[in-house]
Design a protein around this ligand. Structure first.
Ligand SMILES: Cc1cc2nc3c(=O)[nH]c(=O)nc-3n(C[C@H](O)[C@H](O)[C@H](O)COP(=O)(O)OP(=O)(O)OC[C@H]3O[C@@H](n4cnc5c(N)ncnc54)[C@H](O)[C@@H]3O)c2cc1C
Length: 481
């Protein structure tokens, strides 16, 4: 019997898991995918927003501001990468300059204290490729960028180290509650029991709620956002996150420098019917291109190496829904967590545990909680003498698997066998960046699948690209008799 079961291992479930691991209690996280961070947390802009534009006095505004600040602590405890870029919101004419003034009113109401206006001439000194049509800029120095997958892994790894259990490939298919105990059916077969249940199922949060509540008070409608990725050779083309003015559809098409040097162009914003499909469309990508050129001149579209789409879990409630169920005690909603959910995530977990759950549930804090996650430095960033020393200790450091990102065999092996190891091609890409470079896995995918097969003693036929059924091979074509 668990004290808490968390449904969903996106950034929210992962931060909640880590927060739970600070207490003397038994907790389990169940995730339907074969990895953490495989849905909304997989495909977003990776921005830690300053908090300048959510509606004032909402959970979105308060937890965004707090989350942005808490990331400093997360960075030092979990060794996650943060690129402190700052952001510019751009106006192009008198009408937009007035809207920029209105945005500052919201910024102040949200208690964001660091901001300033810049003229085009001032801003272009720091952003030489800023579009010449820009007339005025709102600078937001506390905006930064992180690597969302790594944040989620780091949280979950740390939670596991501190005693939380994690089950992947485990879809919650039914929930009942009798005599104060939740019975959670997993994959239509297994049953797990818990005293409390936390719903952090992202775009499926309303479906989970419908399994146990008669009148679910919110509905999630998926909203797609599409992107282009520019190769890391463009590093330095822009230095800040460049935002247009926000509209009722969100923050608009942005240019966002990434922690590894790439630049993201996007997203658009389009409501769709299917929660499980995040596809690129010709119209969507055209919209992204047409709007991106308003932010910077001479955008190097010839450096595009990939496009992708993510799905926002937008609810009909305007604000994040973080509360205990009105119908079923011990059942907690953490739903409607669209943007700025990545930024707010550490504050959301903190708010759920300390302001809602632990107010009436008394669990002692763990005296031996270890907040630290040690991360080995990426091999290719080390000086030659350190690289040579490591190669002497383990020769698999000398075998480069991914030439674009310069990832070694040893790093891939560690990613397969780590505390939150993975045996899918995409899982290894998320952990090591093997396959994230210019050739997008053309060179290394074959080497990675062979290493996975060797390390996990699996048949190549069982190796998947991403989800459980995405096998790389259908059958052997030449079998020695
Ligand atoms: C296009 C886009 C751009 C964004 N940009 C930003 C940004 O720059 N900055 C920012 O702060 N925020 C941004 N966001 C928002 C941010 O990505 C989300 O708020 C955050 O990732 C939400 O995390 P989550 O854990 O709630 O959801 P998810 O990451 O979707 O996790 C939910 C998990 O629940 C699992 N699950 C669902 N049903 C079940 C079930 N039945 N059984 C078991 N598991 C289940 C899913 O598989 C999934 O892994 C963006 C979002 C999108 C889509």
């Amino acid at each position: 019997m668990y004290d808490y079961i968390v449904v969903g291992a996106g950034i929210i479930g992962s931060f909640i898991a880590r927060e739970l691991s600070k207490y003397n209690l038994k907790a389990l996280v169940v995730e339907k995918e074969n990895d953490v961070a495989n849905v909304q947390t997989l495909a977003n802009s990776a921005i830690l927003h300053s908090g300048h534009n959510p509606k004032p006095n909402t959970l979105k505004s308060k937890l965004c501001l707090l989350g942005n600040k808490l990331y400093d602590e997360v960075e030092s405890e979990l060794s996650i990468p943060i690129l402190r870029t700052g952001a510019y919101v751009l106006a192009h004419n008198n009408e937009e300059e007035k809207k920029l003034d209105d945005l500052v009113v919201t910024t102040k109401q949200n208690e964001v204290t660091e901001f300033e206006f810049l003229s085009f001439d001032e801003a272009v000194k720091y952003e030489p490729n800023l579009a010449k049509t820009v007339t005025k800029v709102l600078s937001l120095p506390t905006t930064s960028v992180t690597y969302p997958w790594e944040v989620a892994f780091a949280c979950m790894e740390n939670a596991i180290l501190n005693g939380v259990e994690f089950r992947k490939n485990s879809e919650v298919t039914n929930i009942t509650k009798t005599d104060d105990i939740f019975k959670i059916t997993i994959n239509n077969t297994d049953i797990a029991e818990a005293k409390h249940l936390i719903n952090a199922a992202g775009v499926k949060a309303d479906d989970i709620a419908e399994m146990i509540e008669r009148n679910v008070e919110y509905k999630i409608t998926p909203r797609i956002g599409e992107y282009f990725v520019l190769d890391k050779r463009v590093k330095g083309f822009i230095n800040h996150v460049l935002y247009p003015l926000p509209t009722n559809l969100g923050k608009g098409v942005l240019l966002t420098p990434q922690v590894h040097g790439n630049i993201l162009i996007g997203p658009n914003s389009k409501f769709v019917d299917d929660k499980d499909r995040a596809n690129n469309t010709t119209d969507g990508l055209r919209y992204v291109k047409d709007n991106a050129v308003l932010l910077a001149d001479n955008l190097p579209f010839n450096e595009i190496i990939r496009s992708f789409a993510g799905v926002r879990s937008t609810s009909n409630q305007e604000d994040f829904i973080i509360r205990e169920s009105n119908e079923v005690s011990g059942f907690y909603h953490v739903a409607g967590i669209d943007s700025p959910g990545l930024t707010a995530a550490p504050a959301i977990a903190n708010y759920l545990l300390n302001k809602i759950m632990m107010v009436h549930e008394k669990y002692d804090t763990k005296c031996n909680f270890n907040p630290k996650r040690e991360k080995l430095q990426e091999f290719h960033t080390l000086p030659n003498d350190q690289q040579n020393e490591l190669i002497k200790q383990d020769s698999s450091y000398a075998n480069i698997i991914c030439k674009c990102e310069r990832i070694t065999e040893k790093e891939v092996i560690d990613a397969i066998n780590g505390p939150l190891g993975s045996s899918s091609i995409k899982g290894i890409k998320k952990r090591t960046r093997a396959g994230a470079g210019l050739c997008q896995g053309g060179y290394c995918e074959e080497k990675v699948y062979k290493l996975i097969a060797r390390e996990t003693k699996s048949s190549p036929l069982d190796i998947v690209y991403d989800s459980q059924k995405s096998n790389l091979f259908v059958s052997e074509s030449k079998v020695k008799k």
